[in-house]
Design a protein around this ligand. Structure first.
Ligand SMILES: [Zn+2]
Length: 272
């Protein structure tokens, strides 16, 4: 069998054989001999040196995973003797996956619910998909330049490899998130602010002393503002301490009732 067809993503490829190997479709492919320019001396050559079979995982075809067995040709330069592989449009050198496969996985790894789902669909391991995603994410993330005059710092629970908690850095005026730090260690935030925070004058943050120390050491003497949420939380905690102390000697029944009604103390007096 020798078909030259324009398969999407496999233009100009000759399919010399197609077979079913277990649940995969195996396509044996090669390219026509064409003049190639020597990468060393720029002379043109058509001299074939040898062939290597490169096995490449490709997209599904009729709902079956496909593999390409690419008989990749190497040319030899007639002028300088340099040996080099032929150009092709569907796979990069030393890659086990086709370009089309990579593109599809990039899109799906962002949109799918889980990496495992993508892995199952495209016939790869989850860790392969995660690695692809990481590479993609790195390309997408731009290093922030200088931080704005007012920033807000807060932690959230993201449960990543780097730690349970991460730090969000946001613009204190527009509230747009600027960056996420991998963990909430003092060292991490200090180094980050030293690199990017030369223009920061005001920091809105919670009232933890560890954060405060890191911010002050990195930025000198910025104005630190306790954000309203954390500020109020301290007041609620203090108020609740008083409530418990007063209600401690009440009977069980009254004390439980008092506990259930504790939010009444948070209410605006006009709304009681
Ligand atoms: Zn040459």
């Amino acid at each position: 069998m020798n078909i030259t067809m324009k398969f999407p993503g496999l233009e100009d490829v000759m399919v010399t054989k197609m077979e079913q190997v277990e649940d995969r479709v195996a396509l044996h492919v090669e390219l026509e001999v064409r003049p190639h320019q020597c990468p060393r001396c720029q002379e043109k050559t058509r001299r074939v040196h040898d062939y290597r079979i490169q096995k490449i995982k490709h997209l599904k075809w009729f709902e079956r995973l496909t593999s390409l067995f690419y008989k990749r040709r190497r040319y030899a330069c007639g002028a300088c003797g340099k040996k080099f592989p032929e150009r092709n449009s569907f796979v990069a050198r030393y890659q086990r996956f086709s370009k089309e496969w990579n593109q599809a996985v990039h899109v799906r790894s962002v949109k799918a619910k889980t990496f495992k789902e993508v892995a199952g669909h495209y016939g790869a391991s989850s860790s392969t998909i995660v690695r692809r995603f990481d590479v993609l994410a790195l390309q997408e993330i731009q290093e922030p330049g200088r931080l704005p005059r007012i920033i807000a710092i807060d932690e959230y629970k993201g449960d990543t490899r780097e730690g349970k908690y991460q730090l969000i850095i946001a613009d204190g005026e527009t509230r747009q998130p600027i960056d996420i730090l991998p963990n909430r260690k003092k060292k991490t935030i200090k180094r980050y602010l030293q690199q990017h925070g030369s223009g920061v004058e005001i920091v809105v943050m919670d009232m933890s002393n560890a954060f405060k120390a890191a911010v002050q050491q990195a930025l000198g003497k910025p104005v630190i503002i306790a954000d309203r949420f954390h500020f109020c939380r301290y007041i609620y905690w203090a108020l609740d301490g008083v409530r418990r102390r007063v209600q401690k000697n009440w009977t069980d029944y009254d004390r439980k009732k008092g506990k259930r009604m504790r939010y009444v103390f948070h209410k605006n007096s006009g709304k009681l």
